[in-house]
Design a protein around this ligand. Structure first.
Ligand SMILES: C[S@@+](CC[C@H](N)C(=O)[O-])C[C@H]1O[C@@H](n2cnc3c(N)ncnc32)[C@H](O)[C@@H]1O
Length: 199
């Protein structure tokens, strides 16, 4: 898998060279996610665990966290940070989450969504593993235009782009989500949506 190799090759230097270092941006973003203490979260594309401490602080001691990533060497770096007691790591693909259905209160995709090679399928899979009323939160600490420009300039990820708002909305709706909100600013990007509660 090309994307796994791409991120595995960058795992050693990810935090130093590429990861978001502006803690204020990460703090502001996690606040906007409005996570409930005690929630069970799936963090997709956990990578080296850059966003994990922020998410863990929000869900608190009673929360449960699963970090999912296709790149084992990225996850190895996250493990080394010592969140092990609080976070469980799974090396796997969002296209086929190795979990039984309907177990998460929220699924967070921080800086990973553009890399999902089949986005409609990823959304269907997120829908499957969310509890009724659970939320899918896609976020970046940069705007869509900036992210797409960076990716477009790098051969391996040049097609890993954030689609426009209409397309994202259509894909989410088709996968069964409602309450879809898309906010794209110069400094951040946030999509929130909900799996409806079944009658
Ligand atoms: C740009 S990195 C972001 C990592 C981390 N969230 C951060 O901000 O530093 C994207 C991550 O998503 C992971 N990823 C890409 N496609 C994936 C997929 N289909 N399923 C799970 N993880 C995936 C990559 O392996 C990589 O670790």
């Amino acid at each position: 898998m090309v994307i796994r190799a791409y991120f595995n090759q960058r795992a050693d230097t990810w935090d130093e060279l590429i990861a978001e270092k502006d803690t204020g941006k990460l703090e502001r973003m996690v606040k906007r996610l409005d996570l409930e203490p005690g929630s069970t979260l799936l963090d997709v594309g956990t990578g080296t665990g850059v966003f994990l401490p922020y998410l863990l602080a929000k869900i608190g001691a009673k929360g449960r966290m699963v970090g999912l990533d296709v790149a084992d060497l990225m996850l190895q770096q996250a493990c080394r940070k010592g969140f092990r007691g609080e976070a469980q790591y799974i090396c796997g693909d969002i296209m086929a989450v190795p979990c039984p259905g309907a177990m998460f209160d929220a699924v967070v995709c921080y800086s990973s969504f553009p890399h999902f090679q089949d986005k409609p399928r990823a959304f269907r899979e997120v829908h499957r593993v969310l509890k009724d009323g659970g939320r899918l939160l896609i976020c970046h600490t940069a705007g869509r235009a900036h992210i797409n420009e960076i990716h477009a300039g790098k051969p391996v990820v040049s097609h890993d782009l954030i689609p426009d708002a209409d397309e994202v909305r259509k894909m989410l709706f088709a996968a069964g989500f409602n309450e879809i909100r898309i906010e794209d600013g110069p400094e951040d990007y946030l999509v929130s949506s909900r799996k409806p509660v079944q009658d």
